[in-house]
Design a binder for this molecule. Structure first.
Ligand code: UDX
Length: 429
């Protein structure tokens, strides 16, 4: 099918590429001309495993194109996906100005029937507003349908999540767009749920809030485990094997971050408030998440006492593994807390060091993870990168003034670490 995707951020670029990979003809549109130029020249603005190869392959096959012109995208496709940012506003509500702008641009360029699909995460009832906007600004007065098709991809696993989705949600206001939407997604072999637009929009916020709730739940259990002398990983295993619960998203740590969970939680609390429900449960999820960081910092200060003039090595800056994204990263938050208390930092991240520099200008960036500990008073693990498990522990120990490790992601085995002579503090164990 002929598709265009407006917005080449994480969601837009990966979605467009995966649509091309299954045989659709895709035009990716972005108003950032420099970004479009970079993509046209074969550059990829984000780090996402597997993405670069797929972009190259599909550009070479002539199925994937980039342009800065919305009109070009709209006029050369039957289905137009909106994948622009919906950032949070200071009061937690969602800034929908990019969506509104794109809806107007699409309306102005439409000269025949189009399906306009919202892929960005938006509050319930946004579809209604997009429909009104297109109606108002479409000078050619052509017919169109608005569809809600939320995206559930995780950064770092985006290509896999898109190629093999657990489900595809299609929210429609009439039957007319269903056949085309089904055709787009048939190659992905996933269950397709066709529902109304409001329910589709709500599914996205309800899913992300539930996952955040799951993490806060296990973090609260971790606190109880610490007080009771139990091990949160064993508990997670024990409850996670119950299929009704599931083991995933039950890893205790320093809390969740990233560009989705914190923002979507605030938005969902606000949306619920606007329809007359105070979502206290989700407010508690936020509180537990904030507390989790406080408790970890306290663990560090309880052991090191005064942080002023202490040198601390930090492994991890990204908000999670397999990404260079540092937006709302608990690791960055932690570093800023330690710096504020007067510590100096030596930091390493496999992918996120460049992006971290504007948030952490006054730290030493170390290219080799095994060299981070040198001359430090303690080592902190802040992101769950798998490769940190291969850390040369003997070298790290020799480099530290005292073999102290605060593991905010439970990457090492407490008993083994103790045996190796470490003072090892993790979360909920
Ligand atoms: C999330 C959703 O998973 C995805 O479906 C949605 O489309 C966008 O938001 P993402 O933000 O990319 O994806 O990351 P995710 O893998 O969900 O992790 C979010 C945060 O939770 C990270 O900071 C991660 O470290 C933390 N996390 C995750 C935990 O602390 N424990 C866990 O068990 C899982």
């Amino acid at each position: 099918m002929k598709l265009s995707i407006i917005g080449t951020g994480y969601v837009g670029l990966v979605t467009g590429t995966c649509f091309a990979e299954v045989g659709h003809h895709v035009i990716c549109v972005d108003n950032d001309a420099a970004k479009v130029k970079m993509l046209q020249a074969g550059g990829i603005p984000i780090y996402e495993p597997g993405l670069e190869e797929l972009v190259k392959k599909n550009v070479a096959a002539g199925r994937l194109k980039f342009t800065a012109s919305t009109a070009e995208g709209v006029q050369n496709s039957d289905v137009i996906f909106i994948a622009v940012p919906t950032p949070p506003q200071p009061d937690g509500s969602v800034d929908l100005s990019y969506i509104e702008r794109v809806a107007r641009d699409i309306a102005a360029a439409m000269t025949s029937y189009k399906i306009v699909v919202d892929k960005s995460t938006v509050p319930v009832k946004t579809g209604e507003k997009v429909t009104e906007t297109i109606k108002r600004y479409c000078t050619a007065k052509t017919e169109f349908d608005v569809v809600s098709n939320p995206e559930f991809l995780r950064e770092g696993f985006a290509v896999g999540d898109l190629m093999k989705p657990d489900r595809v949600v299609i929210g429609v206001g009439s039957q007319r767009p269903v056949a085309a939407m089904t055709e787009i997604y048939t190659p992905f072999n996933a269950p397709i749920i066709v529902t109304d637009i409001n329910s589709a929009e709500l599914i996205k916020h309800a899913a992300n809030s539930f996952l955040a709730l799951k993490i806060s739940y296990i973090n609260a259990i971790a606190t109880v485990c610490e007080a009771a002398g139990a091990n949160v990983q064993e508990v997670a295993q024990g409850i996670g094997l119950d299929e009704r619960i599931g083991r995933r998203f039950l890893n205790a740590g320093i809390g969740f971050g990233g560009s989705c969970f914190p923002k979507d939680l605030s938005a969902f609390i606000k949306i619920s408030e606007q329809v007359g429900y105070e979502f206290k449960l989700l407010k508690e999820v936020q509180r537990i998440n904030a507390d989790q960081m406080e408790r970890f910092v306290k663990k560090i200060t309880d052991t090191l006492w005064v942080l002023k003039d202490k040198k601390i090595g930090v492994l991890g800056l990204a908000f999670k593994q397999n990404t260079d994204d540092v937006r709302s990263s608990p690791a960055i938050d932690l570093c800023q807390r330690l710096l504020k208390d007067g510590a100096t930092l030596r930091v390493h991240d496999p992918k996120a060091m460049d992006k971290a520099k504007s948030f952490l200008p006054n730290v030493t960036y170390v290219d080799d993870m095994n060299a981070v500990a040198e001359g430090c008073d303690a080592l902190v693990v802040a992101t769950e990168w798998d490769e940190f498990k291969q850390l040369d522990l003997a070298r790290a120990k020799a480099g530290l003034t005292h073999p102290i490790m605060f593991d905010g992601r439970n990457l090492f085995d407490p008993a083994a670490m103790e045996k190796l002579g470490w003072i090892y503090k993790s979360v909920g164990r």
